[in-house]
Design a protein around this ligand. Sequence first.
Ligand SMILES: Cc1ncc(C[n+]2csc(CCOP(=O)(O)OP(=O)(O)O)c2C)c(N)n1
Ligand SMILES: [Mg+2]
Length: 626
Amino acid sequence: MKTVRLTGAQALIRFLAEQYVERDGVEHRFFGGCFGIFGHGNVAGIGEALYESPELLTYYQARNEQGMVHAAAGYARMRNRLGALVCTSSIGPGATNMVTGAALATVNRLPVLLLPGDVFASRRPDPVLQQLEVPSAGDVSVNDCFRPVSRYFDRISRPEQVIPAALQAMRVLVNQAETGAVTLAFPQDVQTEAYDFPEEFLRRRAWHVPRQLPDEAALADAVARIRAARRPLIVAGGGVIYSEATDALRALCEATGIPVGETQAGKGSLPYDHPSALGAIGATGTFAANRLAADADLVLGIGTRWSDFTTASKTAFKNPDVHFVNVNVADFDAAKHAGLALVGDARSTLQRLAALLDGWSVDDVYREDAARLNAEWDAEVERLYTLGHGPLPAQSEVLGAVNSAAGPRDVVVCAAGSMPGDLHKLWRTREPKGYHVEYGYSCMGYEIAGGLGVKLAAPDREVYVLVGDGSYLMLPGEIVTSVQEGLKLTIVLVDNHGFNSIGGLSRSLGLDGFGTLYRFRRDGSLGLDSDPSPAPALPLDLAANAESLGARVIRARTIEELRTGLAAAKEETRTTVIAVEVDRYEGVPSYESWWDVAVAEVSGVESVRAAREQYEAARRSERSYL
Ligand SMILES: Cc1ncc(C[n+]2csc(CCOP(=O)(O)OP(=O)(O)O)c2C)c(N)n1
Ligand SMILES: [Mg+2]
């Protein structure tokens, strides 16, 4: 056996550079580079390996470890999980800064490979700078925080352990049912220790991504149930897009007339103007989708994890006889809501279902219902896009302006605040990869960093990042990275002086916006929405902040100025931030839907008691699907 003497870190980086992924006969390099922030826990190990052989993996410098993992998640999603980035950190705070990103990737089922440095495996110099000491356990480090948020975790305590750890990491990362964050905690001494690695380990490897079909008996059962249904409904989730199943979905809808509601991750499964497209479903759904959901007798979930937003906290599907059939690569998700589990790839399963349903269709009235609702909904979108609200514009008008400035292949990116719900309802998606809202973890701070990852994966598309003032303040730093790398983003910073989504929620729960306003403290209070003469807003100038990070900045006071700004941003090569203020109180309504947020059972506050009463009444429609 031929061997080559390398450090643990050198071997791992060489291995990663040789990994390829193949689906449908098309092969790609799996890792698009390595983000990192160096400290004593990785500078001389992984850092040395990247420095010595820069041709293996391009190194990208980040500003915050959380941000770099978000970028990796955005990248993986944009590449339909057939590509990923590596993230290397030092030990201690650098490592734990990645935990939030790991959770985000795992919740959204997106592959990211994390290499946090770890304390000395030899334990010779313990406790090293930043080492957590646990008096009752000698083998614990802060990296154990990654265990529950990783789909695979290993600690490499001898250099030869790189071999099994790296192979297991790849098995999980490319497995469409298992994928998520993979964490290989890498003690700083082991990164630098040498071993005679077999050359065979370092050869080029292509990992095949299969398109599995469900069990034949389950398929036959599903087909019988669909044929017997009068008001079937498809719920398209992220799996439709990752599996590149949108054409297959469209063909099935056109043949059978089954209408489609979309989850956040599944938005874009059908173009917005397709007659079977009902748009967003659930708590942030359209009236089109929510009306047909209420009566559906059979729900065909495809590639969805059935979050509470999708089911409107189990109130969306009201038909007492409703049953679920779930197509999913993960049996865990396929089994939800006592569904008939079709465990398989979305595209191949949809094609097979279309063949088995050949000649069958819903009745014309139902088909026409869907087409009429699609048109009625689009009229509602148009109304909200063009409200002409003043003096400050409404957020829905901002979304309308961005939507008309964006080309069909351009990508909108968002994650938390009031915009994800509004985008879910209102964004006219024309292409499957045009909508990128991270709503599995809905993590404030994802927007700019995630947008950077999207742009890295798809440099030929314009990327529009929509970010609230609260989210912006959490993690603006990757603007610097976008400027450094020439990865241009158009960032629309929507300012409403605070946490307005939670403000609205707070008001609806009898709490008057407590803690959600960006105002000075006055008379011991940070202010409430009902204050007759509110304290002034905090003197934040986030546009000036963005300018100081190297972005071009445009300040827009009206929708017209926003449109002009968006046109100017299109001509720019540099990351551009367009700051626009919106009316905090001009929101997009909820359409025949509900979200379960628990309200205090006893309270000295009258408005909370009233909210609790409403809550108890609403909760009566919450059901189990058994
Ligand atoms: C990291 C993180 N912390 C807290 C929350 C809870 N949360 C959801 S939206 C929101 C406010 C977001 O404010 P902003 O970005 O200004 O958007 P707006 O709600 O004003 O539209 C908060 C605090 C979250 N989703 N993520
Ligand atoms: Mg805000």
